[in-house]
Design a protein around this ligand. Sequence first.
Ligand SMILES: CC(C)(COP(=O)(O)OP(=O)(O)OC[C@H]1O[C@@H](n2cnc3c(N)ncnc32)[C@H](O)[C@@H]1OP(=O)(O)O)[C@@H](O)C(=O)NCCC(=O)NCCS
Length: 163
Amino acid sequence: MSKFGEKAYNLGMCKLRHTTASDAKLLSVTLSKIDPWKTLGSTPNEFEQGFQSQTSSTNTYTVMFEGKPVGIISVRFPWLLGPYLGFLGVIPDAQGKGIGKTLLNWLDETARAHSSRNIFICVSEFNHDAQAFYKACGYKKVANLEGLILDEYDEFLMRKRLY
Ligand SMILES: CC(C)(COP(=O)(O)OP(=O)(O)OC[C@H]1O[C@@H](n2cnc3c(N)ncnc32)[C@H](O)[C@@H]1OP(=O)(O)O)[C@@H](O)C(=O)NCCC(=O)NCCS
């Protein structure tokens, strides 16, 4: 089984590669225009820089589908006895095709390969579609983070318990 921190992964229906400058430029524009980031006021500039920064604990990947960059997934590991999904976004044209589910399955399998007890994610209180998606994939709300990003909105911390 693969471990966190590799340069690339082949997930069958899609592939992951460390985000390049051109991927970051392209996807930062599209993703900053859709919710939750539109409502949260994220800018293409901050996304472009963030998507390209790899650290020893955080890896950011471009999701490639049918040869095109269609999304970003960023994983911080280790966090609270497991990985923290810091960013997940699939562009609207590629949503609803099973890519998100494939990415969460990869996260689950890779976390298990590290004997992680948990996976954590944060989701905005107004992002009902993403909450339904995470619930369908086994995540439960474990905390309400009041005004985490903006005063007006809370963020929900969700956890998938693996063991
Ligand atoms: C949320 C997101 C990552 C899901 O990825 P996706 O590729 O569109 O999702 P999938 O096609 O893999 O759907 C997987 C499963 O999630 C569930 N699901 C997805 N969207 C759902 C919705 N709106 N309502 C209920 N369930 C939903 C379904 O169970 C679906 O599986 P099924 O159709 O086989 O039953 C993607 O839609 C996205 O990037 N949205 C905008 C940004 C965002 O909200 N990101 C999350 C920030 S925390």
